[in-house]
Write a protein that binds this ligand. Structure first.
Ligand code: NAP
Length: 491
């Protein structure tokens, strides 16, 4: 097995990735798993990566522990420069990375390019923040002593990421963890491990010392993660993925009192009031619904449109969705790529058929695209009732369910009728109304007259069953990887 990462040599083209096999990246070396087993990537096999054992996971924790002291003592300026170099290298190799993401994930190349730019930004932003970590100093109310608060790296971090943004969900964790002075072990999703390994090669080139970032892939995520969390040197679990797996991991982390950050599922409402700019609302809906062909935690999952603008909006969305180019992700003309697995296609179809059986009307799409690949056509439904399963479950596909509403209070109640609370979208020309509704919606993030909410400079995260903690933003993202140490000083 070739385990020397030469992914970025000048002559490589997309087809090279298919035959390229990586090793586990532990302590700055590329190696096979201890028992030599591999995981095949994607149901039509494009590559095989080592299948880490418990021994490999222990080796990764050892490597992270060995590197911890010197990384923690590395001056913030130096850490910042290395992170900045990661940003530059990811940006320079953006086309190669985008092609790789598109190949292993299936997303349209234009979405993959957007993801690479977004992923790189986490390094730029955290390079800038790494030198601005500060503490607190004050006089105790009694006057007896000074209160000094120092922020220190939390320790070794286990990072677990999903398949839908194989680059950005990893850099959103790695960059702040490294800025804070922590060392990490990343376990990417089984469907999309290649991007994580490609990025690890870039970190190494940027000067990240061996052991500071380790990457392992495994077909046994439960036992491998449990073993790492049981190691007393591991102090942080940062997870992005489904709420169901998040709950399992919270229970596992609780056994060892490990600090947790949880970026979980969503069910975003997209609200259009009568006074909205129709064209802007349609543009926003296309972005909020169709980024990654609907496979985003922030995807508009329920579109609530006020009665006066409802028919024009529904017709406008139908036209735009029906005109989208569906095809292979690596084709530059593709606007809607395939779903990740057959299971994902079947789930989307189950939700659509359930909604139709309960009275929803299909304006376009609405049935599985037969033939090679896992395609579901861009679909618009109207008159979707509140008891449809898709009003409560993540669709994670290119399906826009529209429901009509009359009153502001009514739509706020509908928007909040979900166990999730990640993102929400509001379109209105009345800023006061927009702010009032935003303040009443139970979600961690609101996009007001915008179809995109994610920004490395803003705190990303959810309330209710959408998670715990924030990633990105001024101080928030790095704070998740630090502990406050209070020192009482008598002078
Ligand atoms: P998932 O099934 O929860 O998997 C996420 C990660 O957890 C994968 O690496 C997976 O590994 C791993 N995993 C699964 N079971 C595990 C266990 N018992 N112990 C340890 N790790 C385990 O989610 P997904 O299908 O990949 O991603 C889609 C979900 O992620 C959606 O719900 C979406 O909303 C959410 N998401 C949230 C955000 C956010 O920021 N809030 C961002 C993106 C996605 P394997 O792949 O090997 O199973």
């Amino acid at each position: 097995m070739n385990i020397s990462p030469e992914l970025f040599n000048q002559d490589s083209d997309t087809s090279d990735y298919a035959t390229f096999s990586h090793g586990l990246y532990i302590g700055g070396t590329w190696r096979p798993s201890s028992d030599g087993r591999v995981i095949e990537v994607v149901e039509a096999v494009i590559a095989a990566v080592p299948d880490a054992t418990l021994a490999d996971a222990a080796a990764a924790v050892d490597a992270a522990a060995e590197a911890a002291a010197s990384w923690r003592e590395t001056p913030p300026r130096r850490r910042s420069e290395i992170l900045r170099r990661c940003f530059e290298l990811i940006s320079e190799r953006a086309e190669t990375l985008a092609a790789l993401i598109s190949l292993e994930n299936g997303k349209a190349l234009r979405d993959a390019r957007g993801e690479v730019a977004y992923a790189a930004e986490f390094f730029r932003w955290n390079a800038e923040e790494a030198v601005r970590i500060s503490g607190e100093f004050g006089l105790a109310p009694s006057g007896a002593n000074r209160i000094v608060v120092d922020y220190q790296p939390i320790g070794i971090c286990v990072l677990i990421t999903p398949w839908n943004f194989p680059a950005a969900m990893a850099t959103r964790k790695i960059a702040p963890a490294l800025a804070a002075g922590c060392t990490v072990i990343l376990k990417p999703a089984g469907e999309t491990p290649l991007t994580a390994y490609a990025l690890a090669a870039l970190y190494e080139e940027a000067g990240v010392p061996p052991g500071v970032v380790n990457v392992i892939t495994t077909s046994k995520p439960g036992p491998v993660t449990a073993a790492m969390l049981a190691d007393a040197r591991v102090r942080k679990l940062s997870f992005t993925g489904s709420t169901g797996v998040g709950r399992v991991l919270l229970a596992e982390a609780a056994k060892h009192v490990v600090s947790c950050s949880m970026e979980l599922g969503g069910n975003a409402p997209f609200i259009v009031f009568d006074d909205a700019d129709l064209a802007a609302a349609l543009d926003g809906a296309m972005i909020a619904k169709m980024r990654n062909a609907g496979g985003a935690c922030t995807a508009a999952n329920r579109l609530y449109v006020q009665a006066g603008i409802h028919d024009a909006f529904a017709e406008g969305l139908r036209k735009r969705m029906a005109a989208l180019n569906m095809g292979s992700g690596t084709d530059p003309e593709t606007e809607c790529g395939p779903m990740i697995t057959r299971k994902a296609v079947d789930k989307i179809d189950r939700l659509v058929q359930d909604a139709v059986a309960r009275g929803a009307k299909v304006l376009c799409g609405g049935a599985i695209s037969e033939g090679r690949g896992y395609f579901y056509p861009p679909t618009v439904l109207r008159d979707v009732p509140a008891d449809a399963a898709m009003a409560h479950e993540e669709i994670f596909g290119p399906v826009a369910p529209i429901s009509r509403f009359e009153e502001e209070a009514d739509v706020i109640a509908k928007a909040n009728d979900s166990e999730y609370g990640l993102a929400a979208y509001i379109y209105t020309r009345d800023l006061a109304k927009g702010m009032r509704v935003a303040s009443k919606i139970e979600s961690g993030m609101i996009a007001l007259n915008r179809g995109l909410v994610s920004d490395p400079a803003a705190p990303f995260g959810g309330v209710k069953q959408s998670g715990l903690g924030r990633e990105g933003g001024q101080k928030h993202g790095i704070a998740e990887f630090m502990e406050a140490k209070y020192i009482a000083v008598t002078i």
